[in-house]
Design a protein around this ligand. Sequence first.
Ligand code: GGG
Length: 361
Amino acid sequence: MKRIAVIPGDGIGKEVTAEGIKVLQHYLALRNLKEADLTHYPWGCEYYHEKGEMMPVDALDTLQSYDAILLGAVGYPGVPDHVSLRDLLLKIRQGFDQSVNLRPIKLLKGAPCPLKNKKPEDIDFVVIRENVEGEYSGDGHFENMDTEEATAYQTGVFTKKNTDRIMKYAFDLAQKRNKFNKVTSTTKSNALNYSMVFWDERFKSIAAQYPDIKTEVNHVDAISMYFIQRPETFDVVVASNLFGDIITDLGAALQGGLGFAASANLNIEGTYPSMFEPVHGSAPQIAGQQIANPMAMIWTVKMMLDHLYPELSHEVIVEALEEILVEEKHLTKDLGGHATTSEVGTAICNRLSTLVTLHLG
Ligand code: GGG
């Protein structure tokens, strides 16, 4: 039995997490796997209002023993965004050395791609985002505040250890995917004369260890354009924390919206639990209305299953999402439908019942 810590968080995080869990338990039963042992933690912005902190000081000790963490979304008006993000999400990512943020950019059959003439086979790549340092290291300071000389410093930290680790992961993944055997590096070394010059040097050095893998280096501004102009040329894209965060929202747009963007924060050494979360935030403007699209969360649950049961294929979950999209009967408002968040979750469970029986007997 797998033990999972569940942090639904804020806003639509709660609604989509409920559907993720519904699909998770249903799928485990269909596959004759033990029901997951779930423990919910009410951490987030409501907890902050009550206790003055996003999660308890010993939260990492509490989470340490779990097989995985499932997170909904964090952030809500009334708590500064830099507090809600840093004191929960970034604390877990950094505290548990979840060095890899893996984000598939894949257009599902039936999903609304904003690019004309692009089909699912044209949009199928992975962004590997460095997840524990870089621009999100948290280093920096203010000087001379309340004067005309007021200055804010935000320091990007790029260590050889973490830069090499993320790049090796990207190259290994390109070998494993065996698509184009290609890694594209996202840089901005023309302007960032320390961090990104170092990034480029490390990329070159690691690439030399993988002579079978082709490489491409793009500035972050250029890659944003190429994602739109020629998404079919990407296989594995490696990026720093900030650049990865930004270009994967663009990637989500290619997939049909944030309602499809799934992610995994991986501790690749297995020393700490990994955390799985949809890319989207808490969307306070639609929270509590049962209109949020739960597909990103359900895809995220599939990524968690890949991690927890790597010996099994869980692609049938992606297939179920595609069938629901193509059928167009159970879609949320963002996709032009009228179904509630919960109805979409139930429809995906029903589809899984059919597909699992069909494929696996
Ligand atoms: N689903 C998690 C969430 O609430 N993400 C919001 C966000 O702003 N994330 C920034 C990041 O991934 O670094």
